[in-house]
Design a protein around this ligand. Sequence first.
Ligand code: KIV
Length: 309
Amino acid sequence: MHYSPAFSFTARPAPVSDMSNPTSATPYGTLPAASPLPARKPVSLPRLAELRERGEKITMLTAYDATFAAVADAAGVETILVGDSLGMVCQGLASTAGVTLETMAYHVESVARGLRRVQGTAWLLGDLPFGSYHESKEQAMRSAAQLVHAGAHMIKLEGGGWTADTVRFLVERGIPVCAHLGLTPQTVHALGGYRVQGRDDQAALTLKRHALELQDAGATMLVLEMVPAVLAAEITQQLPRCHTIGIGAGKGTAGQVLVMHDMLGINLGKNPKFVRNFMDGASSVREAMAAYVAAVKDGSFPDDTLHAW
Ligand code: KIV
């Protein structure tokens, strides 16, 4: 299927720094003052809703620093998540549970700076880490404000049920919220490991109820992680105002997300089943990211026979 870009692309004025001119090349991967790619209008909630309406999949990738974020933006990724997965891929922690709000703010700020520097247009999400929103709605507001001050457009938090009131509190105060259901890595110990969620009837019903409550509370995005494809597709149909973003949830969601290190094959161990290594056949990170965008858009990733349950 032919991939037509999400938004109208118009010619961008010549970049201030021309990367093809060796005399102006900059060391240490320094970002040029303008992206060498054509311009895209800033990604916003109305633009994401437009995409959804016309049946075009939303793309999301994680990034944790200025350069990778700028490259993802240049590759056409629409939404960039500074995920607390950075605890595992950047900090070497055993799980995401040990990540602090200060660390998240540091990485959100780096990513936001990178995007600004190249005049990037991606929508930026910052993950609220474990312990930063669990005590009270007020604590969640303070933590969310810290990530917004660092440059996030939207915050993400994990869990259903008790989180609905918190989501409503943040949304009423002007903070767009992405929820996260299914496998919620911050509570991996309580879940008994990285397992598929919502497999039996009761668990599936609870997941659906939580998803509806989160939409009612005002969440405009919902990550569904390691959820059976049929269930994720059903939830997606039931949430017209909240865009589902799947990871290990099949192709029936409104969009897809992967952890950048996984999709670039930067992994000494075995990748989870839902990952595809987009460096295969790519000659650069930007090419791999662009291949990911194209595959999500044309529906070839994920392949439910390979990447889903
Ligand atoms: O922290 C993260 O990177 C995430 C994604 C796996 C969705 O939550």
